[in-house]
Design a protein around this ligand. Sequence first.
Ligand code: NAD
Length: 257
Amino acid sequence: MPFEDDRAVGCPVGDIRDGDFVASALLGPGGPVAGVAHLAAIPAPGQVSEEETLDQNVLGSYVVLHQAGRLGVRRAVAASSISAFGLAWADRDLSPRYVPVDEDHPTMAVDCYGLSKVLAEEVAAFSTRRWGLGTVCLRFPFVGTGDRLARQLARVHEDSGGHRRDLWAWLDTRDAARAVLAGLTAPLGGHHVISVSADDTSALEPTEELLRAHHPDSPLTRRLPAHSAVYDNTRAREILGFRPHHPWRGEQPPHVG
Ligand SMILES: NC(=O)c1ccc[n+]([C@@H]2O[C@H](COP(=O)([O-])OP(=O)(O)OC[C@H]3O[C@@H](n4cnc5c(N)ncnc54)[C@H](O)[C@@H]3O)[C@@H](O)[C@H]2O)c1
């Protein structure tokens, strides 16, 4: 999509699976850009065929990160997803092996969108090994703000059980943008997979009550008091120095638009 912002110095439009296009977009007049935020993807299952989802998300990631590495770009941040854990879009009820769910939790993906994110993370690890490109894959949950967030909160509050697969995770869009910036600027090298969610859930019920009701066989490795998030944010704090700034609790009741 064309992008209009006065601060933009350029807005090349093309397909990220086209290496020549991507290379020209990453090369400024003075040489390669310092960093790339790779967000382009099919962002959910069911929008196109499974084959197309894998093609866009995995080949697209390969081309972007390959060209970035080849040209000497220093850092790439890629939007991954909690779907890489496999619960969110599964066609069956799955429960985490343990909670809170950290990045060492194995994938349980049985859907092609989740698989595409797992494979895109592997592509990032490969690009780090091959080119020395610093790569940060951010596993986002539902991301929204304003009316989009209000609608999501209303859905969760009406039927929290219906959201047992996303583990009631959410993140304000402004915080997602801050996490991308942190991924581009934090002093680090190598390859990192990092979950980034709000520190609380989107649900009204306390977290341990939700887990007892909907994931009774998932053992707790530590207590999750009050409305603590089920996805572990330790790595985001320690590696990126990231903490969300935009809570929904304690703000005005959401307006559903
Ligand atoms: N929105 C969420 O709640 C959420 C949650 C977790 C992860 N993510 C991830 O965040 C990223 C952004 O998601 P979004 O919700 O903004 O999606 P979106 O659909 O609004 O934006 C994705 C953009 O990628 C573009 N695109 C897709 N394939 C392309 C290709 N081959 N070449 C060039 N452009 C292409 C689309 O045209 C679109 O503009 C995605 O990687 C998605 O998987 C989003």
